[in-house]
Structure formats: structure tokens, C-alpha cells
Design a protein. Structure first.
Length: 172
């Protein structure tokens, strides 16, 4: 699970879910590890537990263009580079971090932003999601994390933040 350090290996969930890193167990489905630029994501496919590090953050922003998302990131993280294409994903960089932005994941209204928290103002994806929801004025989803121990780290349950509330929802 991104940013949480949970182990999602075989035995914790069905293999088709357990070996896929990312919130609600579908990072590979959203991004396609084959589409990742060399050195950015490919290393995760070999991890025995299929999970990412505690520094990884992924949030899902509803109904915003990739340009709006890059502009928002620039206001909080500094100037951003132009986009580079990587399969279905777009990559942009600030001085301290790279961001992988995947529009319309699963053909829906959410755009994924994945990055390492190092060099950003956020330590957790929950912090990032809360700020994005407040400043962009749209619902933002992320993995619930340790604040919700009742949610299995490999489930399809996500935290949706927006309209002044936070609620657990099943990703649909």
C-alpha cells in the first residue's frame, strides 16, 4: 500500500490484488508498470511483498485536468517541468521530486498523482489529499492508512475527502 509500509504479499489477499502496489490495490492496473520510465517504478515489480515504501504518496483527484493538477502542485512544491509521456501516464518534475500523473484512471473521473514524499510538504498521502481537496475544491481519494486500522491495506476501500467531510468508500 502506498505510503503506509503495509505488507500486501501473498496470503494477505487474493494474488491478483496482493501483488499490485497502490491504493485500493490497483496501482499496476492504473499505471501499468510497463509504462513506467526506467528507474521510476519498475523496481517495485520485483519486491516480494508487492508494496511500496513509506515515502510513496498516491492521491486521486476528481474532475481536474492534468494542467490544473500540475499548476496546483507548482503552488505548493515549486516550479514544474513540462510533461513527459510514459504510456498512459505523464511525468513532471519539480526541483526536489518527480510526479507521475495518470489521467482518467479506470476510465473514470479521477486522475492519479504518484510521487515520493521526499522533497514535498507532505509526509503522508492523507496530508496531501486533505490539502488538495481543500485547495482544489473537488473530492480527493487516498488509501485510508493507519488512522483506519479496520480497513485491510489491500482492500478496495479508500478515504474520500471533500465537501467538508471524510468518509470511507469502496472504489467504484
Amino acid at each position: 500500500m502506498v505510503g503506509l509500509g503495509f505488507e500486501c504479499g501473498v496470503g494477505n489477499a487474493e494474488p491478483s490484488v496482493a501483488l499490485r502496489p497502490g491504493p485500493h490495490s490497483c496501482f499496476a492496473r492504473h499505471h501499468g508498470l510497463a509504462a513506467a520510465p526506467p528507474g521510476e517504478l519498475g523496481r517495485y515489480a520485483a519486491w516480494p511483498n508487492g508494496c511500496m515504501t513509506v515515502n510513496d504518496i498516491e492521491v486521486f483527484i476528481r474532475d481536474r485536468s492534468v494542467d490544473e493538477i500540475r499548476d496546483w502542485l507548482a503552488t505548493v512544491c515549486g516550479p514544474m517541468s513540462d510533461f513527459e509521456e510514459a504510456g498512459a501516464a505523464l511525468i513532471c518534475r519539480s526541483e526536489h521530486a518527480g510526479y507521475i500523473i495518470t489521467p482518467r484512471i479506470e476510465d473514470g473521473p479521477f486522475t492519479s498523482i504518484w510521487f515520493s514524499s521526499k522533497g514535498t510538504p507532505w509526509q503522508t498521502q492523507l496530508e496531501c489529499a486533505r490539502q488538495a481537496a481543500q485547495q482544489m475544491g473537488v473530492p480527493v481519494r487516498c488509501a485510508p492508512g493507519p488512522e483506519f486500522p479496520e480497513v485491510h491495506p489491500c482492500s478496495d476501500v479508500v478515504l474520500e475527502i471533500g465537501e467538508g467531510r471524510e468518509r470511507l468508500v469502496v472504489w467504484q
